[in-house]
Design a protein around this ligand. Structure first.
Ligand code: NAD
Length: 491
């Protein structure tokens, strides 16, 4: 592995995300040698920590069973803490001095990553102050800004945020995290499409009937009720993760496998996504909110702690997306996501058209019709593919039946594949923006989603409308039935 040199300045260093995900990710990069001697982390937050207390926190967060204690000891020596209120300008000079001191000490060559793991209302303030207070490196090193989701709550607020960030950072210095893009099988979509003639040659409206994307969760809102109720499934899952997955499935082949080329294809795809008018938005999108379970084991959404009793926030969305371009004209992309569904999984089903003529159908002999070929990309929890193919069954006479060709990554290798945050932080250190969302993508996704929201904000929903453990409201099945189709994954 190549050693990456950088200072990582982490805002919100005592928060949930930092302690649960970011320190273990940085530690894994250290274990593998992507980070060695030449890195340092300055953690900041309002907490009155000193280096020692901070190192204890980091050590605790990376110490799983069987961890090499000596390695942890040497790792945490790279961590430093500065108490800092992001709105207090004086505090930035302390940070600046610390950054310069550590740059010399660890020979970081002026490379700086600023990671803002705080509530989004701070993103703009921090970015502005970093520049105005002289924390950006000048000369040969790099400055990169990493920000968490959510990126705005509609197009207007996202644009405002983006304008604020652009005053201090160039677009190619901004890394907007979408942790779905760090997942192994999401990255595999590109390998499957562009590495295989048998798929890419058929990847269009002549041979594909429809594509289905499902991100299902079996949990409810848990402790995030306050945040979630303000956001809902459309903003929390569709605008970012689902739109990113859809654009990887829909884009044209990039000129080369590099970030700028991939981004420009994704943007092009999203620009041909049909933005719905009011009538289309209300027929092509369905929302849901979970009720209590029949056995009374789980509460309804409106009774969860922190959720108003009259909340109209959706915990489920299903929709149909249409692209107006040569490749996809007439092929619906059906998407759905929700909480308290039957299971926790993410998958993509690519449903091919049936042969135009079915020469095996002899209804008088009671023969079944051919099934469509379906390529399923299993993103999580299992990682793999399956392909449904029609074959002759072994019985007398001539009967076809669908058989499954599948490949699943074995669990040992799955365990060894880097977790999203490890992969994404590594990408930032390498300067590879492939797996981050660019502003034009974010903007198109918001413009699409805003139209749905506009309709939903004026129409009164009939909530609750689905029971925990199901796959959402009946209307989500009707959405496909209307088009004489059905969800490939069903209960
Ligand atoms: P958190 O509330 O646990 O942590 C926030 C951090 O910011 C704390 O360290 C706090 O001390 C610090 N902070 C707050 N106000 C400050 C101020 N004025 N000056 C300096 N420091 C201040 O939040 P989190 O859950 O870690 O989330 C951080 C970001 O990551 C958010 O944008 C969130 O949407 C995003 N995110 C979190 C998760 C997750 O699993 N926690 C998942 C996806 C995205």
């Amino acid at each position: 592995p190549t050693e990456r040199r950088s200072l990582i300045m982490l805002f919100g260093a005592t928060g949930d995300l930092a302690t649960r995900k970011l320190y273990p990710a940085i530690f894994n990069l250290y274990k593998k040698g992507n980070l060695k001697e030449h890195f340092a982390v300055i953690g900041t937050s309002r907490y009155k920590f000193d280096d020692e207390k901070f190192r204890e926190t980091v050590s605790k967060s990376v110490s799983e069973k069987g961890v090499d204690k000596k390695l942890v000891e040497s790792f945490i020596k790279h961590f430093f803490f500065v108490t800092h209120d992001v709105t207090d300008l004086d505090h930035y000079s302390v940070l600046k001095e610390k950054a310069e001191e550590l740059d010399k000490k660890f020979k970081l060559e002026g490379n700086r990553v600023f990671y803002i793991s705080m509530a989004p209302n701070f993103f703009g303030t921090v970015a502005k102050n970093l520049k105005n207070q002289g924390l950006l490196t000048e000369g040969k090193g790099f400055n990169r800004l990493v920000i968490e989701k959510p990126f705005g709550r509609d197009f207007e607020s996202a644009k405002e945020l983006n304008d604020a960030l652009s005053e201090s950072f160039e677009e190619n210095q901004i890394y907007r995290i979408d942790h779905y893009l760090g997942k192994e099988m999401i990255q595999n979509i590109e390998a499957v499409r562009f590495g295989n003639t048998i798929f890419e040659a058929l990847w269009n409206n002549r041979y594909i009937d429809n594509i289905q994307v499902t991100l299902a969760e079996n949990l409810g809102v848990e402790e995030r009720a306050g945040y979630y109720d303000n956001s809902g499934a459309l903003r929390d899952m569709v605008q970012n993760h689902i739109m990113q997955i859809v654009s990887l499935l829909a884009m044209e082949q990039p000129v080369a496998f590099k970030d700028t080329d991939i981004r420009s294809e994704k943007v092009k795809a999203l620009r041909s996504l049909r933005v719905y008018n009011v009538a289309e938005a209300s027929t092509n999108f369905v929302r849901g909110q979970y009720s209590a379970s029949g056995d009374g084991e789980t509460k309804e959404y409106r009774e969860e702690d922190g959720v108003p009793a009259d909340s109209n926030t959706e915990t489920f969305v299903a929709g149909k997306l249409l692209f107006d371009n040569y490749r996809w004209s007439g092929v619906p992309f059906y998407i759905r996501t929700g909480k308290k569904l039957a299971d926790k999984f993410t998958r993509v089903d690519v449903v091919f058209k049936k042969p135009l003529v079915d020469i095996f159908s002899f209804p008088q002999d009671g023969n079944t019709l051919l099934s469509p070929n379906v390529l399923t990309i299993h993103i999580e929890p299992e990682q793999g593919f399956s392909l449904v193919v029609n074959a002759k069954n072994g019985e007398q006479g001539f009967h076809t039946e669908p058989v499954n060709l599948d490949f699943y990554e074995n669990s040992q290798r799955t365990k060894a594949t880097p977790q999203p945050y490890e992969r994404l932080i590594h990408d930032v250190l390498k300067g590879d923006g492939t797996n981050f969302s660019s502003w034009p993508e974010v903007a198109s996704a918001w413009k699409f989603v805003d139209q749905i929201r506009r309709v939903w904000d004026i129409q009164q929903p009939m909530f609750p409308n689905y029971i925990p453990g199901s796959m959402g409201p009946v209307a989500a099945d009707e959405l496909l039935a209307r088009d004489h189709r059905e969800w490939i994954y069903k209960l």
